[in-house]
Write a protein that binds this ligand. Structure first.
Ligand code: SF4
Ligand code: SF4
Length: 473
């Protein structure tokens, strides 16, 4: 992926590319809301100052997955910022504008790429909240989103799916369903869910607490998550073991913690996100934790922003800011504490995939690599174009299954080109997306979370167990 050497200002065109830049509106969209209101209301609209920081240089364009896919200005960060500017200047919130905002994966690759420090993350978050409040989606869209949000943020509901899913996976049906292509033609979202579901094994309930091994160096809370808890309980178990081995007392309280609110935040569901955040803060308020450790990138970036999310709540603003200050990705806390547990050799070649919400949203790139490189015998390989999202992006792959599969296919090609035997990443969504894409590409690679690799090394289990977790066939 090359960055333009001298990217001069590029004229901004409308979504279709043919209308003048001043008028990306359409009849349907213009009629979608009462006249005279403008695109945004006064409750935290995207900041005009932050919008003005964009100097239209275009450095962000080659790193934006939707611009890479379609080459369309309005599906680039610069184009979306331009649409926000139009909204702030009084343009109504049209269907067309909403489409371009919706197509944004929220991967924040543009935030990393931008030399002017434009805070696109804050801009798109504010915009999405406005869209959810002020835009009426089609009945089909509303039904799909309602179904997604009635399921994914609720761990117990997800856990109920485990039994039927395991039974289905035990038959020859999955292979048949995928080969026939029928489900993808009839119900692409359901087909995407079916192809993403990891192979499920037995799941033990997480304990309330795990004692530190040896001298206690810290008390840490640990997020169990929703998808992580239901579909990757072995990642949570490995995380707790690694933390304990490094001298942490781990406070889990699995029956009291719920969703962190990440999916809701990333989709503009402000009130719902706040509800989840308050519950999380309450759960760990009296636990006396030094850190709150997260092993899912998308959740971590939201938990670190709790202070901002609850800034208008006089009861919770200070508590949430304090909580957010303790949040660390697993790799951050392990590097911060320094290792005490012995690492046993792990002769395996690893390709490390940067989850967008870890690398771009939290700036955590060096720590997981350092932890992996410190394992004797482990060889680390880099994946080409690491800044381009794999297409998972929370629920984006469910809302946009076609383009998500295209991005997944690109990622699968670069992952397989490393020749590594094990793909490691720190986000359940990425694990599922890349696994499905590698399978579609006819490839085969073992998959693991960083925590599982560290756990295998600390326990001296060798590479066998890790290499057992293959992509689904
Ligand atoms: S967040 Fe990702 S998809 Fe959205 S504009 Fe930025 S680079 Fe593009
Ligand atoms: S967001 Fe940043 S990189 Fe992209 S066009 Fe604006 S100033 Fe340039």
């Amino acid at each position: 992926m090359s960055i333009p050497q001298q990217p001069g200002p590029t004229p901004v065109t409308s979504p279709g590319g043919s209308r003048p830049a001043s008028g990306p509106r359409d009849v349907l969209g213009a009629a979608a809301q009462p006249p005279g209101l403008g695109a945004f209301d006064e409750h935290h609209p995207p900041s005009a100052e932050l919008v003005a920081d964009c100097v239209h240089c275009g450095f962000c364009l080659p790193t934006c997955p939707t611009y890479v896919l379609w080459g369309e200005e309005m599906d680039s960060p610069r184009g979306r910022i331009y649409l926000m500017k139009q909204g702030l200047e009084g343009e109504p919130l049209t269907d067309s504008m909403v489409t371009h905002y919706d197509r944004c994966l929220g991967c924040m690759s543009c935030v990393t790429a931008c030399p002017s420090g434009v805070q696109y993350d804050r801009l798109i978050e504010a915009t999405r909240q406005q869209v959810e409040r002020r835009h009426r989606r089609s009945p089909r869209e509303r039904a799909l989103r309602a179904a997604i949000f009635a399921l994914f943020p609720y761990r117990r509901r997800l856990r109920l799916l485990r039994g039927p899913l395991r039974a289905y996976q035990a038959t020859g049906l999955p292979r048949l369903v995928r080969r026939s292509g029928l489900l993808r033609r009839l119900a692409p979202t359901l087909a995407t869910v079916e192809s993403l579901a990891p192979r499920l094994g037995r799941a033990a309930r997480p304990p309330q607490r795990v004692a530190a091994v040896g001298t206690r160096r810290a008390v840490v809370g640990m997020l169990t998550g929703c998808v992580q808890d239901a579909f990757f309980p072995e990642v949570n178990a490995a995380t707790a073991r690694v933390l304990a081995a490094e001298g942490c007392e781990v406070v889990i309280l699995p029956d009291r913690q719920g969703c962190c609110g990440a999916l809701s935040v990333h989709n503009g569901r402000e009130e719902e996100a706040r509800r989840f955040a308050r519950r999380m803060v309450d759960t760990f308020a009296a636990a006396g934790i030094d850190y709150f450790v997260v092993n899912a990138a998308g959740c971590g970036s939201t938990l670190k922003e709790y202070g901002d999310l609850l800034r208008d709540d006089p009861r919770y603003a200070a508590l949430a800011a304090d909580f957010a200050g303790r949040v660390r990705d697993l790799s951050e806390v392990l590097v911060e504490l320094g290792p005490v547990a012995t690492r046993h050799p792990l002769p395996v070649t690893v390709a490390y995939h940067d989850a967008c919400h870890l690398a771009h949203a939290q700036g955590v790139r060096a720590q997981p690599r350092r932890l992996l490189r410190d394992i004797p015998g482990l060889v680390l390989r880099e994946i080409a174009d690491p800044e381009i999202c794999c297409g998972s992006a929370g629920i984006w792959n469910l809302l946009h299954p076609g383009p998500a599969a295209e991005l997944g296919d690109r990622k699968a090609r670069t992952v397989l080109a490393t020749g590594a035997g094990l793909l490691v990443t720190a986000n359940p969504g990425c694990l599922m997306q890349v696994a499905a894409s590698v399978t579609r590409a006819g490839g085969d690679i073992a998959l693991a979370h960083t925590a599982q690799v560290l756990d295998a090394s600390i326990r001296g289990r060798g590479a066998e167990e890790l290499l057992h977790h293959r992509t689904p066939s």
